[in-house]
Each structure stands twice: as structure tokens, then as C-alpha cells.
Write a protein that binds this ligand. Sequence first.
Ligand code: ADP
Ligand code: MG
Length: 237
Amino acid sequence: MLRLEGVEIAYGDAPALFDVSVHVDRGELVAIVGPNGAGKTTLVNAIARLLPFRKGSMHFQGTDVTKISPQAMGAHGIAVIPEGRRLFTQMTVEENLDMGCYRRNSRAFRDQSLAEVYALFPILRERRHQISGTMSGGQQQMVAIARALMSRPEVLLIDEPSLGLAPIMVSQVFEIIQKIHRGGMSILLIEQNVNKSLDVAERAYVLDCGRLIAEGAPSELRSRPEIAGAYLGHASP
Ligand SMILES: Nc1ncnc2c1ncn2[C@@H]1O[C@H](COP(=O)(O)OP(=O)(O)O)[C@@H](O)[C@H]1O
Ligand SMILES: [Mg+2]
């Protein structure tokens, strides 16, 4: 449903992505993993149409979306949960969730969407009047995910949800991502936490220094000595 082919992105003269081809099929949970500085956020911003493509193309549900605006991309049903969450920290939880209803028609489903996200995150229902900036990092990540779901997207892009979270919260956030996926959502998960991402993904790409260096099922990637050795934090068997 989302397909990038041969994408090259640069900041001025400095290239950040080289010949990147990735795709997400409907209902898939795909991970793109790689170390800090690999180009993961650049790829997210490219898909969100915030960065121009120097080369390559992007198709979404069969339509060429290589040159459309970020607003149009959102209208197509791509929701981005940005790195660092970017909540409206002075606003309450529920006010943040309402800001998620930007997509045409999502407003009409507001009450239904709210009920769905509160079922997924009971803590957010309890805290719905709390100023979001006063919540823990993990709870703020939940608000960010819930806000994206309020737009009733076709695909969710989640950039580094584990960033800055305590290990217990990281596990919870990954469980929630898995649950949303089981509910039928197509998800592109972008992460530095390779192990946790491979635990939940159906397919994964490894990005390093702006290039895709591997793609496959998590079990296959784990069994490759050069991947295990370099990215999984333990020596290969
Ligand atoms: N706004 C920018 N201007 C110039 N260079 C950037 C900018 N954002 C990122 N970069 C560079 O692009 C590369 C990839 O960064 P980024 O996509 O943020 O990586 P990741 O998200 O994997 O940590 C890095 O070398 C980074 O310094
Ligand atoms: Mg990043």
C-alpha cells in the first residue's frame, strides 16, 4: 500500500539517504531499524513529504504521491507519530486527542474514535483532563499514538517510540503497537531498539549510514552473523 523506490534525500549538498526502496503491505507491521544517525527520521520526514526527493518515487495505494504536499499526504491517511512525540504540552490529554481529528471525515467519528482509543489506553481516559506535559514519558507516548489514531489513518508511521523511556515503559509501548497491529492497522515502526522491534515486526529493514543493508523476516535477520554482531548487542552464535 506504501511503496518507495530508489529514494535519495539530501540536506543541501549532504546526502542522507541513498537508493532506499521500502514497502508496507496492507495490515503489515514493518520495522526499519538502525543506529543513531542512520537516516531513520529523514526517511519518516520524506514519507510525510516534509523533505523533497532528489531521486526516486513514492506510491500510496496505487497513486503517485512523490510530489504532493504534507497536508495532502495526511489526507491520504498517513499518520506520523514524530520522534519526541511533539504533544501540545500545555493542553489536556483530550484536547490533544481532538487535535488528531484533522483528516476530512475523522471529525464525524470523533466520539467513536475517542471510545476506541480510551479502550486501548484506559489510563488516558482516567487522565483525560490532565495537562499532557505533566505526564510521564510513557504516558505522553501513549497520547501521541492515540492522537494519531484519532485521524483514523490507513497507515501509522511511528518514529522512535522508545526514545527516553524506562525499560518497563518501552515494553508496554511495544505491546500497544502490537495490539494496534492485531486490530488490522498497517504500521511502519522506525526504531533504534533493534531487539524489541524484531520481536514485534513481521518484516524488517536495516538502515545504516543512509543505506538499506538488509531486509527480511526477523528470524532470518537474527540468524545473519553480520546483523547480529553489529546491531543486536551480542556476539553472533
Ligand atoms: N535538518 C538537517 N540538516 C542537515 N543534516 C541533517 C538534518 N537532519 C538530519 N541530518 C543528518 O542526516 C543524517 C541522518 O539523520 P536522522 O535521519 O535524524 O537519523 P536517525 O533518525 O536515524 O537518528 C545524520 O547524519 C544527520 O546529521
Ligand atoms: Mg531519528
